[in-house]
Design a protein around this ligand. Sequence first.
Ligand code: ATP
Length: 215
Amino acid sequence: MKPIGILGGTFDPIHYGHLRLAEEMLELAKLELIRFIPAGNPPHRNAPGVSALHRSAMVKLAIAGQPAFVLDEREVAKQGKCYTVDTLKELRSELGNAQPLCLLMGGDAFLQLHTWHEWESILDLAHIVVGYRPGFPVEERGTAPKLYEHYKKRLCSVEHLALQPSGGIAELAIPKLEISATLIRARVADNRTIRYLLPEPVANYIYQHHLYTSC
Ligand code: ATP
């Protein structure tokens, strides 16, 4: 069974860093599709600059041309705090215990995983696929000891991801684009160009709705 990828994020706004990460992972991990799940009210970081509905609408515009990318709005629709562990439990019950699920994330997000709610349960509900910068894989130094312990024990090849429903950690060397949502928000607030940092329909949406005019 081909694994299904899950890419959560605030997407405030979505940009080519997210889209290239997803495209590379789709190809290298041979995923069936990737569900983009915009966070509703993320518990572990500051409140996003714009509403979940706007962030979700921008994801929809950004992925419109790639049939293997799907918008999943379940977190946006929820009231109150939303935890990844609960979203994974829901997906597990909808898609069945045999379906391989891969939670996709950049290396920066992986190094913070031990701060997430019930993070050790997350490791049992899905595989984790980490996109790290070529030449800078996960290292013991700079990784929380408990997280590094799981990493050593669970490290597997991408081929393994299709063989088990969950529990592995795979790494993929993916060139990181030096683009962040923070950079885009700051540029809009400063009246500077954001062209080629994100898809044009998303940039147009930002201007039409006067988003990010102040940081
Ligand atoms: P912000 O600047 O507001 O913190 P962000 O651009 O880092 O936002 P998030 O929505 O927080 O975006 O990130 C969602 C996921 O995308 C995370 O797993 C993160 O590691 C990954 N990601 C973000 N930017 C990049 C990038 N330029 N290249 C590869 N992965 C990225």
